[in-house]
Design a protein around this ligand. Structure first.
Ligand code: FES
Length: 153
């Protein structure tokens, strides 16, 4: 086992019930759960890789690709949904050329949909890193990414 994982797992006791806490810990430290991490967790806990994989993919909280420099979370809660969130999602996907759940190859952007972010009066909304963008329209989305492209030259 390489050092990175020895260090990552050092506070765990190699008990099967630690599977979810281990996955959470790896994601907190690494930003996502790689295939290697899943294999290491399986051998650390002495359980089949398929079990780690099926548990990890069952929970929406786990991510399997690194996040981009700008991580976009689109709210798919009810208030946002009825105020056009699906159209906003389409527009964002168009603008950055990836689908929800993906990270762009240049690691500039990643996109995910999340449950209500608690800002329903501002629906529809997204969060880019820690910044909430509220009352969005497709036009506003176009502007956000146009401005971003300008900023990045
Ligand atoms: S439903 Fe989107 S913030 Fe609550």
């Amino acid at each position: 086992m390489d050092d990175k994982f020895v260090e990552l797992f050092q506070d765990f006791r190699a008990k099967e019930e630690e599977l979810i806490p281990l996955l959470q810990h790896v994601q907190n430290v690494e930003g996502f759960i790689s295939e290697t991490a899943m294999k290491r967790i399986a051998s650390f806990l002495n359980i089949p890789e398929s079990k780690v994989f099926s548990v990890a993919t069952f929970y929406a909280q786990f991510r399997f690709a690194p996040i981009g420099k700008k991580h976009i979370m689109l709210c798919r809660g009810t208030a946002c949904h009825v105020k056009n969130a699906p159209k906003i999602l389409d527009e964002i996907e168009n603008q950055i050329n990836i689908k929800a759940g993906e990270t762009r190859e240049d690691l500039e952007y990643s996109l995910e949909t999340v449950a209500c972010i608690g800002a329903c009066s501002l629906a529809p909304c997204i969060v880019i890193n820690d910044e909430v963008k509220a009352n969005l329209t497709t036009k506003a989305v176009k502007k956000i990414f146009r401005d971003d492209r300008k900023k990045n030259g």
